[in-house]
Write a protein that binds this ligand. Structure first.
Ligand SMILES: Cc1cc2nc3c(=O)[nH]c(=O)nc-3n(C[C@H](O)[C@H](O)[C@H](O)COP(=O)(O)OP(=O)(O)OC[C@H]3O[C@@H](n4cnc5c(N)ncnc54)[C@H](O)[C@@H]3O)c2cc1C
Length: 468
């Protein structure tokens, strides 16, 4: 049997910089070997998201190269995670397994089974908080309960951060790593061939952002250069006013801690607002951890049995960007074409599905999971419930966006709509938000009339929620 090692199970922590999972593995004093497992059963919602899978696949390959430069072999496997990890732990004589904490209920459950299986063979399994700045139970009410209102959570988050976390975490000890890796057994370096996408179960396709930690850092540096105007530009989808970092953060190509640390040291309104968005991310992560049932049902119990209409033909028109509301259709077509959608448009299209089409938010959530490059269960679920009015939000169900007013306000010149709806590209800003109002005086090249009347549907939605 070869000399013992520590196995690091990487999942959404695909980076070298400020990686607390890797750092903790070093403290165990054994050579380190990495493993990544592609397992579609763990995140069934996202299994059909081929774009995201391709992005992760390439990022894992880049990470394997980066790790190899530190003399850490990365085993890339596929199939049932529990089996793959326990078999590999046996084969490489791993005394310890270390991984990041993940609040996805499937992964929490998998972690429990893994812990028992490894314990059974005298191996330890440790989970380290890495994916968020403040771990799940670091921010609680004075009574020790999780927060449900964002404003209170944010206040407490900022206080906790300033008191306990602002100075960051210890950096990775590369010197110790180099010493440990000198004892790396040869079996650990005999990597199997990287599985092909078809073996893993996805079709490799193009995606809109470059993969990997280096690309993530570059995008971060670019964004920091313009962060001072974030609060002014962030709501306008025609501008590149947001960071476009979510996909990197979600797979851990960037450290949330490092971002918070960097941004908290910049004193301007843009940076302050951006830090608030990071706190929203943490808010939904802890909501998922403390309330795993939100994956299947509304956060608010009074909305467990809403009478959705769920018309399939309407759902198809929404997915394909054929609702007749230009701002909704432009956003939905962009999503389908490249997996990207601006936050303001996510709110408009989600609100439209739920409040104008009376379709269950869970169907919309699943469609986003299949399409978004930055798909993340906690953020997607939390925001869909926020949009539906079924979540933990101070504003109840009667916040209903008017898609035409939203369009006029956030895409005033119609630039965004023209980019994604070529059939309306010739229209001026006076008619492009609601072309049907111009009646026969303009040619819309077959663009559909609005599929529903917003005012009528609004009343129906209010009645549906009141009845629950
Ligand atoms: C219906 C709906 C579904 C969503 N689904 C997802 C999803 O699957 N994955 C995802 O990461 N975000 C989701 N969001 C949140 C938000 O739209 C994206 O995080 C944001 O658009 C990503 O772009 P950015 O990186 O340029 O964000 P920026 O504006 O630059 O924000 C910085 C970071 O803060 C975080 N963030 C910003 N807004 C939110 C928010 N409302 N909730 C949680 N975190 C936030 C993200 O990590 C983001 O990268 C959803 C929002 C809505 C309304």
């Amino acid at each position: 049997m070869s000399a013992p090692i520590t196995l690091v199970w990487f999942r959404n922590d695909l980076r070298l910089e400020d990686n607390t999972v890797l750092q903790s593995a070093l403290t165990l004093g054994l050579p380190v070997v990495g493993v990544f497992v592609f397992d579609n059963a763990v995140e069934p919602h996202a299994a059909a998201n081929h774009r995201r899978q391709s992005f992760i696949y390439d990022s894992v390959l880049k990470f394997q190269t980066a790790l190899s430069q530190k003399n850490i072999p990365l085993w890339i496997l596929h199939g049932d995670t529990l089996r793959q990890l326990t078999e590999l732990a046996g084969k490489l004589n791993a005394a310890h397994l270390v991984s990041g904490e993940d609040y996805h209920p499937n992964i929490t459950a998998l972690g429990e089974r893994l812990w028992h299986a490894l314990n059974h063979s005298n191996r330890t399994y440790t989970r380290i908080s890495d994916h968020v700045v403040l771990p799940k139970a670091a921010v609680m009410t004075p009574q020790g309960r999780p927060y449900h209102a964002f404003s209170h959570y944010k206040k407490s988050w900022l206080q906790t951060y300033a008191q306990r976390y602002r100075n960051g975490q210890p950096r990775t000890d590369w010197h110790t790593l180099a010493e440990l890796q000198k004892r790396l057994p040869e079996t650990a370096t005999q990597l199997p061939p990287v599985p092909m996408p078809s073996e893993i179960g996805f079709q490799y396709c193009n995606y809109p952002l470059p993969a990997g930690e280096a690309a993530a850092q570059k995008q971060l540096d670019h964004f920091i250069g313009q962060i001072s105007s974030y609060h002014l530009t962030r709501d306008f989808p025609a501008k590149k006013g947001t960071s476009q970092l979510a996909a990197y953060l979600n797979q851990g190509m960037l450290s949330a801690r490092s971002l918070a640390h960097r941004v908290a040291s910049i004193s301007n309104e843009g940076a302050e607002k951006w830090l608030e968005e990071l706190i929203w991310r943490e808010f939904y992560q802890q909501i998922l951890y403390h309330n795993p049932d939100v994956v299947h049902q509304s956060f608010r119990p009074e909305y467990h049995h809403l009478h959705w209409e769920n018309r399939e033909d309407w759902f198809e028109r929404w997915k394909n960007g054929e609702t007749g509301y230009p701002i909704v259709d432009a956003a939905m077509r962009q999503l389908k074409a490249c997996g990207m959608m601006h936050n303001r448009l996510r709110m408009i299209t989600a609100g439209f599905l739920v409040k104008d089409l009376l379709i269950d938010w869970r169907l919309g959530e699943a469609w986003f999971a299949e399409q978004l490059l930055d798909y993340d269960l906690a953020a997607n679920n939390g925001n869909w419930q926020w949009s539906a009015g079924t979540g933990c939000d101070a504003q109840p169900y009667f916040r209903i966006f008017n898609p035409v007013l939203q369009s006029q306000k956030f895409d005033p010149d119609g630039l965004y709509i023209r980019r994604h709806l070529p059939e309306l590209a010739h229209l001026g800003k006076d008619v492009i938000h609601a072309p049907w109002l111009a009646k026969d005086s303009i040619d819309t090249h077959g663009y559909p009339a609005p599929m529903v009347d917003h005012r009528t549907q609004r009343e129906k939605a209010l009645a549906m929620f009141k009845l629950s």
